[in-house]
Write a protein that binds this ligand. Structure first.
Ligand SMILES: Nc1nc2c(c(=O)[nH]1)N[C@H]1C(S)=C(S)[C@@H](COP(=O)(O)O)O[C@H]1N2
Ligand SMILES: [Mo]
Length: 387
């Protein structure tokens, strides 16, 4: 993919041209054409995911099929006045305009899959109800992200001794029971300096859309989506992780016997890499199929640093398994799409899928329940009726 010309980018990014460029209608809570094809899981703040069958029609997910997850409203940002600050434990604090992010740094392009830590929470809730957006398996998408490397910004600013974490602050406002805050997160310095970690200004060859973080967002491949902070306003190098609510009091994993009243947030680690996972996207749960040969399709994604070795599909709820064909397209931090034909006899049937990664690890049959409903990666089961 070639980059946008500077003129076209600035045109598309210009405040007045923005609404037209993205077909936005109404206020931040009014879905635009961009989101019309999504299944709404929550109206306000707006959270939506694509129908699963559509999700796996292409390796790179087009915008109208890319899930949207947010904790507040889309902030209105004037592109001309936008400034990204880089500060904290740095020799030379930076203030970067959108044009600086485009022109003053090498443009890096990374095809990476973004996935919410709560993807598949709906299944988790069927084990025992958990709060939060009740996602099916569609809180995931694969995009071509482009922009400067976060590491290049940090090198330009110059790191001071003691730098260990890189914190991100958004320009949004999110209201939760504990109060109203901007969204924020941090990642360890090592991941911030990794070549795949970007301050993205483009998604699939166009400026970021308002929903996906215009004018700039972090993209932290392999990590839970919550570290890919949209509407990025501030980068701060620190000796400690972010104290933002969404980093310190959210997105942490607890054992099954811990609940909201007993969770010791300060003693738990912030989540980082997501585990190896896969899902059946077609047929869909509850679908009626004809006896005989049926095609099953889905996605698989390996934990960061590994690749998908094999995907297995069962037509008898996990008693016997056959191997799926992986599609050719792949990249280090991207999902693999797969398909396979299975033979179905008349009656009820449960399809199941599980992925193996390059370390030999396989998705488990069951996972421990946790009260936030994160990291659900048990075998994906899809009950169907065969006529
Ligand atoms: N500023 C801001 N950034 C955010 C969020 C948010 O609510 N506000 N949600 C995070 C979460 S939980 C996820 S999963 C991803 C979703 O990105 P998307 O909406 O572009 O798919 O954005 C992350 N970045
Ligand atoms: Mo998320």
């Amino acid at each position: 993919m070639s980059g946008l010309s500077r003129r076209r980018f600035l045109e598309a990014a210009g405040a007045s041209a923005l609404a037209a460029a993205w077909g936005c209608r109404g206020g931040p809570e009014a879905p635009s054409d961009e989101v019309a094809a999504l299944i709404v899981r929550q109206e306000s703040p707006f959270n939506a995911e694509p129908p699963l069958g559509k999700l796996v029609e292409s390796w790179v997910t087009p915008l109208p099929r890319f899930y949207i997850r947010r904790h507040g409203a889309v902030p209105r940002i004037d592109a001309a006045a936008y400034e990204l600050r880089v500060e904290g434990l740095v020799e030379r604090p930076l203030r970067l305009a959108l044009g600086d992010l485009r022109d003053r740094f090498d443009r890096a392009a990374v095809t990476a899959t973004l996935q919410c830590a709560g993807n598949r929470r709906g299944e988790h809730s069927r084990v025992k109800k958990v709060g939060g957006v009740q996602w099916d398996a569609g809180a995931i998408g694969n995009a071509e992200w482009a922009g400067p490397r976060l590491g290049d910004l940090l090198k330009k600013a110059g790191l001071k001794p003691g730098a260990k974490h890189v914190r991100f602050r958004s320009l949004d406002r999110c209201t939760v029971p504990a109060g109203t805050f901007e969204f924020g997160a941090s990642i360890p310095l090592e991941k911030a300096l990794a070549p795949e970690t970007l301050v993205a200004v483009e998604m699939n060859g166009r400026p970021l859309s308002p929903e996906h973080g215009f004018p700039a967002r972090t993209v932290v491949p392999g990590y839970l989506g919550a570290r890919s902070v949209k509407w990025l306003g501030d980068i701060e190098v620190s000796d400690r992780p972010s104290e933002n609510f969404f980093h310190a009091r959210d997105y942490k994993l607890f054992p099954p016997d811990v609940g909201p009243e007993t969770a010791k947030w300060d003693q738990a680690e912030p989540l980082g890499e997501l585990p190896t996972n896969s899902a059946i996207c077609s047929p869909s749960t509850g679908e009626t199929l004809r006896a005989g040969i049926a095609r099953v399709r889905g996605y698989a994604i390996a934990i960061a640093g590994r690749s998908i070795a094999r995907v297995e599909v069962s037509a008898d709820g996990g008693k016997t398994w056959g191997e799926a064909r992986l599609s050719a397209s792949s990249a280090a931090f991207a999902w693999r799409l797969w398909e396979v034909e299975v033979r179905l006899e008349a009656g009820p049937a449960v399809l199941a899928a599980r992925a193996w990664d390059s370390s030999g690890a396989v998705q488990p049959e069951k996972v421990d329940w946790n009260f936030k409903g994160y990291l659900y990666n048990a075998w994906h089961r899809v009950p169907v009726t065969v006529a």
